[in-house]
Structure formats: C-alpha cells, structure tokens
Design a protein around this ligand. Sequence first.
Ligand SMILES: [Fe+2]
Ligand SMILES: [Fe+2]
Length: 336
Amino acid sequence: MENEKRNTDMKTINKLYRYMKNNSSIEDFMAKFHMNYTELMGILELCRLYGKNIDVIEKEGTYVFEKSPIRNTSVTTKPDLDLNRLVHTELCIVSDTHFGNVHQQLHLLNKIYEEAYHRGIKTVLHCGDLVDGNYPNRPEQPRQQFLHGFDEQAGYVVDMYPKVKGMTTKYILGSHDETHYKNGQATVNEWVSRCRKDMVYLGQDSASITINNVKIFMDHPGGGSAQALSYKPQKRIEILESDHKPKILLIGHYHKSYSFVYRNVRGILVPCFCDKTQFQQKQGLSNAVGAYFLDIYSDHKGNIQYFEPEEILFKPEDMWDEAGKDHHKVKQLIIN
Ligand SMILES: [Fe+2]
Ligand SMILES: [Fe+2]
C-alpha cells in the first residue's frame, strides 16, 4: 500500500517537475496549478525527497525556479529497489531533426542537449531523419528548404549539430536521409561520422544497441503516418523475433510522442525537432516537437527493474514557427 502511494506521488512529482522550467517564475507556476506558496514549498520538498534538486532563487526582482545541474539520486527516489544490485542508466532520446527544412527547430534541440548536459547524460540516441533530404517526386520540397542537396545538408549537420564535451550521439539514418543515397549513393553518415568523432553511426533504418546490458532497438520505419498512436508500434513489436526482442524499442519517423508497454517491451514514439510542414498540414497530420529522457535501473543481465520515460514536449510558443527564423538566428551549441 505504501509503495503504491509512493508510485503515485512520484508520478505527480515528475509531472509537476517538468513544468518547473529553469528561470521561470514561481508566480506563474502557482497560478497554473492553483496553489499557494506553502503548498509550493511542500511540493519542492517532495521533489527533493524524490531525487530532484530544485530551488527557488531571486532573479531581477522575481522569484524563479533553479534546477541544479547535478541530480540527487538518493536511495529514497526509487521505490522497492535494491540499488546496490542494479545498474543505473540515463539516456536522452531525440529524432527527426530534418536539418535543411525551413521549419527546423535546432534551437530547441540545443535546449535538450543543454538539459542533458546538466543531468550528466553521456549518451544521446537519435532515431533518424537527421536531414530533410531531397525527394525528386516532391516538386514543392525545395521551397520548404534553405539547404538543397547532399553537400549542404550533410555539411550543416557537421557544422551545427550540438557538440558537448563527453557526450556522444549515436544515430541511425531514416527515410529522408536515405533519399540522398537513392539520388546518388551519398550517405550522410559518411560525412558526419568522419568529421564528428562525437557522432556514431549505427545503421540505415534500424539498429540494435546494448547499453549496460540493456538491449535497445532503434527503428525508423518509413511509410505513412501512424494515425492511431499505438497500432503501428505494436505491429513493429510483433514482427520482432521473441528471442531477439529488445527491452526498449525507440521509434522515430512518425513525429509523435507516445510511450507504452507491449509484450514486455517498453516502446517509445519519439517526437521530432521540426515544426509542422506543409506536407503534414495538407495531410492533416499532427506533429509533436520534443524529446525523452529515460531513467533506467536494470540488473546485471539487462532486465529492467525500473523505467521512467520523461516526456519533454515543446509548446507552440516555444517554437520559432516563422519560416526560416531558426536557421537565421540559431548558433551551434558548443559546451567544452
Ligand atoms: Fe521525419
Ligand atoms: Fe522518416
């Protein structure tokens, strides 16, 4: 019973914590959640108890949240876990950056990498469509792009992808990346991984990767969009042979955000970093911009004992939706 309550508390705390953005006003937060100052202090106390280091500081006359770069992973954070026996893994998951598209949101990707850095995360997994590609059968595409062709797009990844000391991005290539291969046998990974030692190529369309013995499958399906969020991901799991089933399945391509458990696989549809395109608008497709942070405790065989997918979704006001604003204003994030 007590554990049940702890799990419910933790879910509530995780949810509230996501709304406590660094440097955002506590007044706005209290108004949003209809709470007074004493209640807020109680919530902050609970946050700390559940391993999240957060404080309130005064900045230019306003009281704002300050999240500590170093997370407190005290024993009290996870219910029922023998932490001496378990391996802790934290990952950041991103996808579909579509560099070269006028709707790209590189400044938001930078924000995620900054947050990953503050959390001490060393590995980011990118689930494909690094670049916007070049579809000869979509004559409208060039108008939607500020970078045309392979050299410009692959070069942009090399020059602009966030570079954080000690952090590695492991990526697969997706359907849009592959257009360059289909057009002229040019592979984005060839450029990127030769020039950027912090970017490791794992495969075209999919890759299996093991981190701390936890088997993770990265997938970029291609094909039409998933109207029903759970249907296509479940199909992807059904085709995985049971002996080779991963513990975690990460799916890019759909530009949707959804996490689920099916046949003992923890699945995630990973959102993107590109605002709604003309193509999606026409097709009536929704579009989610954001990322996931995964908090995983596993045993030495790689069996997951605790899994917390933290969904970070950006709101329309976070987006630079005026076409071209992102690439005109954004600078490469470099943390040395
Ligand atoms: Fe995509
Ligand atoms: Fe795709």
